[in-house]
Design a protein around this ligand. Structure first.
Ligand SMILES: Nc1ncnc2c1ncn2[C@@H]1O[C@H](COP(=O)(O)OP(=O)(O)OP(=O)(O)O)[C@@H](O)[C@H]1O
Length: 249
């Protein structure tokens, strides 16, 4: 049997009396996109925070590549290859797209920021950064400061930085947010290819994108997973339709 890359077992986190995540268990298998959907306030961000190590769970365990990482720091988890979900705010605005990706490449290689300058002259690193930018469709934009990229381009650059780190899985928190239809279409195509490199736990509000991409879906409502299954199973699940999909389907 194939082992999961990431496994959450009975994770819970309360803020005062509010159970933000309540006994959540799920797995991320090699090669899959597992989408986590749920209404606002369902606990999705809290769960991502628990996986990445920003939020300590009150109970439960997180296993990554067969190792219990529940007590590890964010940095320790990242070093093991747990792909963080990069936010636009993590890009350095005045740096070119290429240089932002080079920072990711350096981080993967364990260099610290103070070695950045000499590394800027490293042809191999530049070439590698440009190859990654080409993969996400930003080939012609390598020299543009990230602040001058469009919103959609910045989201692609975040993914390029994530790619540079070569994680063993990707945690993507609303990658489609704020993108136009064309950008969403391109990103859907890209993520479909990306899952072969590393499985993706995808949190996304754009249901068309989720239904187009997900191999499996889990639905979180009031901190609990109320259903888990294929797109068809979730679309037809009466409890999900009532609690979440409503009349939109
Ligand atoms: N640091 C905190 N202190 C207190 N309550 C919090 C904290 N973080 C989250 N919550 C509460 O926990 C619940 C779950 O929030 P969370 O942000 O995880 O949901 P979400 O599914 O990501 O929502 P959205 O889709 O709107 O991003 C919400 O009721 C929220 O108000």
């Amino acid at each position: 049997m194939v082992d999961p890359v990431l496994s959450l077992s009975h994770l819970s986190k309360s803020f005062g009396a509010l159970k933000a995540t309540d006994d959540v268990s799920l797995t991320l298998m090699p090669g899959e996109i597992h989408a986590l959907i749920g209404p606002n306030g369902a606990g999705k961000s809290t769960l991502i925070g628990q996986i990445s190590g920003r939020i300590a769970p009150d109970a439960g365990t997180i296993t990554f590549k067969g190792r219990d990482i529940t007590g590890l720091s964010v940095a320790q988890r990242a070093r093991l290859g747990l792909g963080r979900s990069f936010q636009i705010s993590s890009l350095i605005p005045e740096y070119s797209a290429r240089r932002n990706v080079m920072l990711g490449l350096q981080a993967r290689q364990g260099h610290s920021f103070r070695f950045l300058k000499p590394v800027m002259h490293d042809r191999r690193l530049r070439d590698e950064a440009e190859a990654i930018l080409a993969k996400v469709g930003l080939a012609g934009r390598a020299s543009v400061p990230s602040a001058e990229l469009s919103h959609g381009e910045r989201r692609l650059l975040e993914i390029a930085v994530a790619l540079a780190l070569e994680p063993a899985c990707f945690l993507l928190d609303e990658p489609m947010a704020g993108m136009g239809a064309e950008g969403v279409g391109a990103l859907v195509d890209f993520l479909r290819g990306l899952k072969a490199q590393a499985p993706i736990l995808l949190i996304e509000h754009d249901m068309d994108a989720v239904f187009a991409l997900a191999d499996r879906l889990s639905v979180l409502v009031y901190g609990r997973i109320i259903a888990s299954g294929s797109v068809e199973e979730i679309r037809n699940d009466p409890a999900v339709r009532e609690a979440y999909l409503g009349d939109s389907e």
